[in-house]
Design a protein around this ligand. Structure first.
Ligand code: GLA
Length: 382
């Protein structure tokens, strides 16, 4: 953070009044369950987006992005215009969402830096939204509950950018806990448990490098499929509202009420909720191998039921399956490209990552980015 503060001070000739940082996240298990009010295991990662600001007179905001040197400007008087094409859309969006909640936007000079990989499926946009939200509300002493801050970030995606994403990304960025996997319930929007990876195990992330652009993806269609299936199932099971309310047995018994596609979409979500609950028990009892198998099962379901995997993601998970060092691997996040997470012994992690990278290059001709992820703390001021 000190580096960003120094760069900001050098550039704007004034010290920042407030500094905040928010991490990217990894979806560990529980794919596309959040907007179905289901369960997810996720964690914040060590990589964060940092945002510092100093207030200025008037209505003009200037943001220096120290990643690429870009200088972005926007006028608070024009906050309601269409989103611009650059990264300031997340900042403007957050100010709009907070304003809906009673916050009064003020003009500022700001500096931004990030180690969260862009457009990879580690929620770089959520990290920026949360860092901005935290910084501006702290500076104004505007009281906002943490889950509501996450909803404001989700609102940027839903209302400003047209993505019908759930609450997972912003929520994990805010509620992540160092060295922990959090288990969240997206009906009540609460963390309902904290789990740890048994000592000596790590997550390796392998980025397929096929750009993950949710805007262009089938994400919104998948969400609609889930809602259609839930509506039909609520006719069969009065009292059920979303796919979270349906058990695997109930789904099987109502198979003939759904189209094949609706059934498979629902099977993914219902199966994921079930796997999350199983995983929590396995992790509690230290059964890391059992937990790993659930990660592979999740990926299988992405392939056959949710159809949100890609050729590249399947190549990577296929490599993982053949490697004895890997206990489990799956796509993580929205899908349609992006990243995979792999459960391995920490002692094997570095070599494993290089092995997968080399094999992936051989099979797909693509140079993957690999990370050994630490489970980081949630968003904070500093
Ligand atoms: C994206 C969305 C999240 C969630 C995941 C899939 O990351 O932003 O809300 O739906 O995909 O689990």
């Amino acid at each position: 953070m000190q580096q960003l503060i120094d760069k900001f001070t050098g550039f704007f000739k004034v010290s920042p009044a407030v500094a905040a940082q928010a991490p990217g996240r990894l979806e560990v298990l529980g794919n596309h369950t959040d907007y179905n009010e289901g369960f997810v295991l996720s964690c914040a990662v060590g990589q964060t987006t940092k945002f510092v600001l100093a207030p200025v007179e008037g209505t003009l905001c200037t943001v220096k992005d120290f990643r690429d040197g870009a200088l972005m400007k926007f006028d608070l008087a024009a906050l309601d215009q269409q989103p611009p094409r650059n990264g300031s859309k997340y900042i403007i969006g957050m100010l709009r969402e907070l304003r809906k909640r009673g916050f009064t936007p003020f003009a500022f000079n700001a500096g931004l830096e990030s180690s969260v990989p862009l457009s990879a499926g580690m929620s770089s946009s959520a990290a920026l939204e949360v860092a901005v939200g935290l910084a501006v509300t702290a500076h104004s002493k505007f009281a906002i509950d943490k889950a509501e801050l996450a909803r404001a970030g989700q609102g940027v995606e839903n209302n400003f950018l047209g993505l019908k994403t759930g609450l997972l990304d912003q929520f994990s960025s805010i509620f992540g806990k160092e060295d922990s996997i959090i288990m969240s319930d997206f009906r009540s929007a609460e963390v309902i448990g904290t789990l740890s990876l048994p000592a000596g195990y790590s997550f390796v992330v392998v980025n397929s490098m096929k750009k993950h652009t949710l805007v262009d993806s089938d994400y919104n269609i998948r969400r609609q499929d889930c809602e259609n299936a839930a509506a039909i199932l609520s006719g069969v099971y009065p009292g059920s509202r979303t796919l979270r309310d349906i058990t695997p047995e109930q789904l099987e018994n109502a198979k003939d009420k759904l189209s094949d596609r609706e059934f498979r979409r629902a099977a993914h979500v219902v199966g994921e909720c079930d796997r999350v609950k199983q995983a929590a028990k396995l992790l509690d009892s230290g059964d890391v191998e059992g937990f790993g198998k659930l990660l592979f099962a999740s990926h299988d379901s992405s392939i056959s039921n949710f159809e949100n995997s890609t050729k590249e993601l399947d190549i990577i998970v296929g490599i993982a399956r053949k490697d004895p060092a890997c206990l489990g691997a799956r796509l993580s996040g929205g899908g349609f490209g992006g990243i995979t997470i792999h459960l391995v012994k920490s002692a094997d992690a570095a070599e494993y990552a290089q092995r997968v990278k080399a094999e992936y290059f051989k099979a797909a001709g693509i140079e993957a980015e690999v990370f050994i992820c630490s489970l980081g703390a949630g968003a904070r001021l500093n």
